[in-house]
Design a protein. Sequence first.
Length: 303
Amino acid sequence: MKRTAHILLLVTFVSSLSFAAEPSAFGAGDLTAPNPYGLTPNEKVILQTKNTLKKVANNTKSQANELDSLRERLDGIQSIVENLSIKSHNNKINLQKFRVKNQANIANIHEFQSKLGVQIQNNTQEIEKLKVMILELSKVVDTINAAYISKKEFNTFVKDINSFKALVAKEMKAKKSRVKSSKISSATLYKQAKAYYDKKYYTKAIQSYKELIKRKYKPAYAHYMIGEMNFKRKNYAEAISYFKKSASLYDKAAYMPVLLLHTAIAMDKTGDKEHAKAFYNAVVVKYPHSKEAKKAKKYLGLS
């Protein structure tokens, strides 16, 4: 800065000298002209000094601008450094916090490991106790197996008991039904059996018709009706048996076409094709105009 001030002072002094020099009438010796001429040696020295000082002044101004630019850049760098310093400081603080937190976590982990170790030890002891208990229970089970019946035998025994209970219950139910039936008249029981049949209560209907057979009240019809219900239940062998008994008791009944046709179908279903064909023919021959005869012909392949 002192150097710059000295140079400026010198320029000012030289300028005052140049203005003080008196130019000639034709401009000779005019140091302010763009191209001075007719200069004395002293004026030439002054002009040279003036030009040198001008260059120095320009260089000084340029250096001053560069200096200002450097100062601005330095200020920017200083700002960056300050920011970095702040961030570094914050990072140090965060790092310290992390270390403290990490140490706390490590302490918690150590505590958890300690507790876990104790729990594992306790569990191991409990497992050993359980092993001893299982061993003792195994001995008890072996003793029970040796002293008592096997599971298969026990299941068979239970099954037999259940079958016996079911048989007794069935017998008791049938007994109650017989007792109840014995208290009503045969005519009323006959109507009741027919009502059961119409409602498709076949089990109750069969019990009622069997009671009528025991009482010998319309036994032919009772056998026929029991045969019909077994036929509907596809108990064909049982149906044939009751149909035969019914026909042997009364072969002039109005239901004979149905009885003969169902007997033939039942025999056909059980594989007795020869006797089935004979019964189909009997229906056609004895009751040619009945609807059962038409059905029998279809079974025989005649229509």
